[in-house]
Structure formats: structure tokens, C-alpha cells
Design a protein around this ligand. Structure first.
Ligand SMILES: NC(=O)c1ccc[n+]([C@@H]2O[C@H](COP(=O)([O-])OP(=O)(O)OC[C@H]3O[C@@H](n4cnc5c(N)ncnc54)[C@H](OP(=O)(O)O)[C@@H]3O)[C@@H](O)[C@H]2O)c1
Length: 379
């Protein structure tokens, strides 16, 4: 095993800096991975742009990164089903409250991950293909299946009896949305979604029966029309600003639950600065106002909107059902598609900062991925 190094964020708002890092250890129930590919998520950009305003429990310096693919180099006590040498993908949980934002975060050469949030990659799937999934899949699973979210039935995930119930996924071309479409279908639900027209065929290939352009001001009304008299089991709102049209769909169709992956304002277009700028004050006022309005307007109609934490599945039965039972089989059979497509934007830890900056400019149906050469190759 080589030395460890990481892309550190030394203080709030700072650029990532590459330097050595302590070698993590696989704790009980954990795997130690040599990381071979990472992907960047909006969360990485959001934390870097907002300092201690978001994830205030982080004690800097820390390491960002949730999506990793790599090779198992050690297993912790009590781990079954994995062995040294396995190729896996995993959700690195370091940034979550109560976790270690050094040893358990993804942007480093070696990382400790929970075996319960890891899955073996079939030989046919490259690290950079598989690494698009972890956080997005986990967030989609939390939104669809957690009891406090849509609470959908996942008891026969991957082998369901078809149901005549619909799930609306607003934002199907997002990483979260595309995994939600597939998970909802794998649980037997029909799916209606939204995306830019250029992505409509992709959405159908993932299993959506109808797709609407979210930029169409009448999109919500068209979705209601397409639903007709069918029962709506729940609505998943992904992408900034998606909750309001979803509320209108719920109101018109009698759906009672909306699970939201995104806040009503964008946190990652913020300039990276400590100052309490006018823009930041305005952002928080808008956030407060829109959140309050959404809650009041929904609850008077018997609709419950809830905000998703993807990490919730780490401690609930949803995690083992999705990561342990469904995903390995669905990856091996090709039934769960690797989506969004990986776009390799560089190699090595220094490429990660550029990838986060590129993500801030926006992506369409792509996941920004960085390959990490093996430790022996690099040295
Ligand atoms: N709560 C959590 O635990 C959690 C975890 C992960 C992510 N998130 C949040 O979930 C959201 C999606 O993250 P991601 O990584 O999945 O995103 P992403 O893949 O980077 O999203 C890019 C896609 O967003 C779509 N999009 C943009 N604006 C939209 C709108 N108004 N309505 C519908 N789709 C829109 C675009 O679709 P087209 O290309 O078709 O235009 C684009 O392909 C972000 O807000 C992120 O912060 C939350």
C-alpha cells in the first residue's frame, strides 16, 4: 500500500490543496479502498461556496467527495460479502454529521467506506462508469422509499408486480432523477418525468412512460393531464425551483407527499467569499420566504413536503435493500443503467477543483469524473 494524499479544503471557501493525508483505517463494518475514480456532486460546490453556512459541523481542514470507485485493500471487523481485491463503488459518508470528514471523505487516494453503502462492480463496468451512481442513487432511494419521504413499497425491488400507480419525478435528467426513475420502475411504479427535449429519449430508455419539458410554463398542467385518473403514489422534486410545480401537480391529482432533493434557491452560484454580501442576504430571505410559502400552501391542502437527506439510508432498512440486494444484481444484469454518462474531465487529485468549477457552470445529463492513477503508477 502506498502513501495517502488528498485534495484538502483547508478553510471555508478555499480552493482545494493537494498534500499528504493520514492513511484511513477500515473500522468495523467498513472497507478501505484504493480510490481509482471520483465524481463531483453539487454538494461539493455548495459546501465550498457557502463556508460554514452549510454543513456547519465540519471542522476544517476537511476533505470533500462522496462518489468513489476503487479496489478493496482491507476489510474491517464484521464485514461479509467483500474481499481484498474486489472492484467496488461506494458512497463516502465523511461530510455527514457524526462522521469523519478526513478518513471517510472521497477526494483522496485511500478512503474508509461503509460496506453497507458499497457494491461490487461487474468486470464489464469501468470505475469511471460506476462512480456516477453512489450519492445520486442513495438520494433517489431515500426520497422514494424512506418512511418520512414518499414511503413507496420497495419490498420487491428488482422483481416487482407491476402497479397501476404513478410516481412523478421532476428533473429526470439529473443524476438523482435518473436513478429515481430506474428505482421507481424497479419497484413496479409507472413514472412520468421532466427533462430538456434533447434528453427525452434517454428518459424513456430509463423507463419513463411520458416526458415533459420543464421549461414549458404549462409543464405541470400537461403532467396533470397525462396522469388522468391514475393514482399518484408520490412526487419527487429534483432541481432548484422544482417544488412549486410539484405542489401544483399534487394539488390537482390528490397526491399527498412531495420529497424534495433541492432547496428553492441555488446555493452554488454564490461567489466564494466570507462577506455577508447583499446577494447572500437576499438569497437567505428568498429561501425563508419560499420555504414558508411552500409549507403553508401545501399543508392547507393535506400535502406534506419533506426535504431529502441521501445519507438517511445508511441507518435505515432502505440502505441494505438498495445497495446490498438490488444494486449488485441490477448492475450485473445491466438492468440498472449507469446514468448520467461519465464525462472524464481529468486525471489525478489536482483535477478535482477544475471539475467542481465546471459543475458550477452547469451540466446536462453528464457526471463529471476524475480518474486516479494507481498509487504505484503515480509514484
Ligand atoms: N438532498 C440531498 O441529499 C441531495 C443529494 C444529492 C443532490 N441533491 C440535489 O439534487 C439536485 C440535483 O443534483 P444532481 O447531482 O442530480 O444534478 P445534476 O445531474 O448535476 O443536474 C443536471 C441536470 O439538471 C437538470 N435541470 C436543471 N434545471 C432543472 C429544472 N428546473 N427542472 C428539472 N431539471 C432541471 C438538467 O436537465 P436537462 O439537461 O434535461 O436540461 C441537467 O441535466 C441538486 O439541487 C442537488 O443539490 C440533493
Amino acid at each position: 500500500m502506498g502513501e495517502n494524499s488528498a485534495a484538502w479544503i483547508d478553510s471555508p471557501y478555499a480552493d482545494l490543496t493537494i498534500r499528504e493525508a493520514p492513511m484511513p483505517e477500515a473500522g468495523p463494518g467498513q472497507l478501505l479502498l484504493e480510490v481509482r475514480a471520483v465524481a463531483v456532486n453539487p454538494l461539493d460546490a455548495i459546501i465550498q461556496s457557502n463556508g460554514t453556512v452549510m454543513y456547519g459541523w465540519l471542522d476544517y481542514p476537511v476533505i470533500l467527495g462522496e462518489d468513489v470507485a476503487g479496489v478493496v485493500v482491507a476489510t474491517g471487523a464484521g464485514v461479509g460479502g467483500f474481499a481484498v481485491g474486489d472492484r467496488v463503488i461506494a458512497y463516502a459518508m465523511g461530510l455527514e454529521k457524526g462522521r469523519d470528514a478526513v478518513s471517510e471523505s472521497g477526494f483522496q487516494r485511500y478512503v474508509a467506506v461503509d460496506a453497507g453503502l458499497a457494491a461490487a462492480l461487474p468486470d464489464s463496468v469501468a470505475f469511471e462508469g460506476g462512480v456516477v451512481l453512489p450519492l445520486a442513487l442513495s438520494t433517489a432511494a431515500a426520497g422514494l422509499f424512506e418512511e418520512g419521504q414518499l414511503g413507496l413499497d420497495y419490498s420487491r425491488l428488482g422483481d416487482p408486480a407491476p402497479r397501476d400507480e404513478l410516481v412523478v419525478v421532476w428533473g429526470g435528467a439529473t443524476a438523482v432523477g435518473s436513478n429515481a426513475i430506474q428505482l421507481a420502475r424497479a419497484a413496479g411504479y409507472r413514472v412520468i418525468t421532466t427533462a430538456s427535449p434533447k434528453n427525452h429519449d434517454r428518459m424513456r430508455r430509463l423507463g419513463a412512460e411520458a416526458v415533459f419539458d420543464y421549461r414549458d410554463p404549462d409543464a405541470a398542467a400537461r403532467i396533470v393531464e397525462a396522469i388522468g385518473g391514475s393514482k399518484v403514489a408520490g412526487i419527487l422534486a429534483v432541481a432548484v425551483g422544482s417544488a412549486e410545480p410539484c405542489r401544483r401537480i399534487a394539488r390537482a391529482t390528490g397526491a399527498t407527499r412531495i420529497a424534495m432533493a433541492s432547496p428553492p434557491v441555488s446555493f452554488y452560484e454564490q461567489p466564494r467569499s466570507r462577506d455577508l454580501s447583499l446577494a447572500r442576504i437576499r438569497l437567505f430571505l428568498t429561501l425563508g420566504m419560499r420555504t414558508a410559502l411552500l409549507q403553508v400552501r401545501s399543508r392547507v391542502r393535506g400535502i406534506t413536503p419533506s426535504f431529502i437527506w441521501g445519507s438517511a439510508i445508511a441507518t435505515s432498512p432502505v440502505g441494505p435493500a438498495v445497495w446490498g440486494e438490488y444494486l449488485p444484481t441490477a448492475l450485473a444484469s445491466g438492468d440498472h443503467q449507469l446514468y448520467p454518462q461519465p464525462r472524464i474531465v481529468g486525471e489525478g487529485l489536482p483535477a478535482i477543483q477544475g471539475a467542481i468549477d465546471t459543475l458550477r457552470d452547469g451540466v446536462s445529463a453528464q457526471k463529471l469524473v476524475i480518474n486516479l492513477p494507481t498509487v504505484t503508477t503515480e509514484s
